[in-house]
Design a protein around this ligand. Structure first.
Ligand code: AKG
Ligand code: FE2
Length: 313
């Protein structure tokens, strides 16, 4: 429903850490200014200086941007080595992230050593469910990465492109932008890529969605009406199940998927000739009690650069 013409600015804001000195705060602000202006290599060199001076917040951001290739070539191995080094020096968030990744059985490039196994639910849109795709700690980490920037979901007006609230989509959401893609998040993005048979570069920013009681996402197609790089697949992560209602319902196929914490669901959005598959129409049914948390990765036909904007790639 509607085309997403621009990302909200908070997509590019890192989650702030509490501990740093006044001088460091000023320096980090400089980095944020570079990022906002898309001066990515300038941001990286300022970060390098700060990290060398021993600033943990700058180091954490540098690790993230090194791994996802912001302002330079992506380098998981270098980023992981820096995270391990900071974990030994600072502990805290660095050590927590390393501990989370120790449970993941990753290869040297951050990919899972084994392919997650899915169950085929429907062959016409290659719908597969993965049981236990995420651990409880991973679910919590994803939700926590975006919980401070949740904002009401908006839909772009098809005529003017202006964002506005719309009853088709009543939820809160927050994209996990490139500055928030801590290594555990990037490892999960690689798992999603492997499970969906796509490249990690094809994904849009992983988006956390939160539904309060009464909220829903009415039947819709995830394909975009006007794009040169169409969405091919939707990958949904169910982060919790302590709520009533809120199933994912495919009205054309007559299939209802009951959310279970840690499960994942993937399905094709387009048919053989690249046109939208009506069978993929789906809804997030109204939540009747509790809060529903999911995260969605929409996967494009070709590489997609979040920094360059939704339709630049
Ligand atoms: O909330 C759901 O179960 C479906 C979410 C959805 O349609 C989407 O993220 O594209
Ligand atoms: Fe959807």
């Amino acid at each position: 429903m509607g085309r997403i013409r621009q990302y909200p600015p908070h997509l590019f804001l890192p989650r702030r850490q509490a501990r740093h000195t006044a001088g460091m705060t000023e320096a980090i602000t400089q980095v944020l200014r570079h990022l906002a202006a898309r001066e990515l290599s300038e941001a990286r060199s300022t970060l390098r200086h700060l990290a060398q001076a021993g600033d943990p917040e700058a180091s954490l951001l540098e690790v993230t941007l090194t791994a996802n290739g912001t302002g330079g070539a992506p380098d998981w191995r270098k980023a992981f080595a820096q995270l391990a080094d900071c974990g030994a020096r600072f502990g805290g968030e660095f050590a927590d992230q390393l501990a989370l990744m120790e449970q993941m059985d990753l290869d040297r490039d951050g990919y899972p050593k084994r392919l997650p196994e899915g169950d085929l639910i429907d062959a016409s849109i290659q719908m597969q469910r993965f049981e236990g795709f995420l651990s409880p700690a991973e679910c919590a980490f994803i939700a926590r990465t975006a919980s401070d920037i949740l904002a009401p979901s908006m839909v772009a007006d098809a005529r003017t492109g202006a964002f506005k609230a719309h009853p088709v989509r009543r939820s809160s959401e927050a994209p996990i932008g490139p500055t928030r893609e801590a290594l555990p998040i990037q490892a999960i993005l690689r798992r999603i890529a492997k499970a969906s048979g796509t490249a990690v570069t094809q994904g849009e920013a992983l988006t956390v969605l939160h539904y309060a009681p009464g909220q829903e996402y009415r039947p819709h197609l995830d394909t975009l009406p006007d794009t040169a790089n169409q969405r091919q697949k939707t990958f949904i992560l169910y982060l919790n199940d302590a709520f009533d209602g809120g199933a994912t319902h495919f009205d054309v196929l007559g299939i209802t998927v009951k959310p279970r914490a840690g499960d994942a669901l993937v399905f094709d959005l387009v048919g053989q000739h690249g046109s939208p598959a009506m069978a993929a129409r789906h809804a997030g049914l109204p939540v009747t009690a509790g809060a529903k948390w999911i995260a969605t990765r929409w996967i494009r036909a070709r590489p997609f650069d979040v920094w360059r904007g939704p339709e630049a790639a």
